[in-house]
Design a protein around this ligand. Structure first.
Ligand SMILES: [Zn+2]
Length: 188
């Protein structure tokens, strides 16, 4: 199962992927260093499943879900830009923030705040990128079901992938991060 932005076909090289990732997170802000995340090529090349993966994740509440709220949930990004990259997702399948009810908006932001606190406590990041990509042009991989990205950042994390190495190590890394983070999100 695959998740997250940017869209397939949007990127042709690892270098391009890294740049697009950073621009997607930063909203295209100039001067931001690229986060190198070569395992994201796995997502870009992967066959996309039928239906909406976020709807499926919301129903199944399986691996990588960190917190289930009443109207939204928090889960790991399986193809993260940095370790600890999580997403806040409403259960309802909708693409435009104007379609959210006030209760959903409130809970999305509450869960975003919880994610920041939990990540800060568990991993001690020095900063965060938080945001949404709406539409393919903005780099949304799953554009029909909106989601908020929370990406913890460390000084120098633009280089960490060269240390981490090959694509195949990443699923284990995400699983390990999920297990590490779970206690910080409280009981489901
Ligand atoms: Zn959906």
């Amino acid at each position: 199962m695959v998740l997250s932005f940017p869209a397939a076909g949007y990127i042709s090289t690892r270098r391009g992927a890294a740049r697009a990732a950073a621009e997607a997170v930063a909203g295209g802000e100039k001067g931001m260093k690229a986060i190198s995340a070569p395992w994201r090529m796995e997502y870009i090349k992967a066959e996309k499943p039928e239906g909406c993966v976020f709807c499926l994740d919301g129903e199944q509440a399986g691996d990588f879900v960190l917190k289930r709220g009443r109207r939204a949930f928090v889960m790991m990004n399986r193809y993260p830009y940095t370790a600890g990259h999580v997403m806040i997702i409403p259960y309802r399948h909708l693409s435009d923030p104007s379609q959210l009810t006030p209760e959903e908006r409130l809970e999305l932001f509450d869960l975003t705040a919880l994610a920041v606190s939990a990540l800060r406590e568990a991993m001690g990041p020095e900063g965060f990128n938080i945001g949404m990509n709406l539409g393919k042009a903005a780099g949304a991989g799953i554009e029909d079901h909106l989601h908020i990205h929370v990406v913890p950042r460390w000084t120098g994390d633009t280089n960490f992938v060269s240390v981490v190495g090959e694509v195949r190590v990443i699923p284990e890394a995400v699983s390990a991060t999920w297990e590490k983070l779970l206690p910080y999100f409280g009981k489901e």
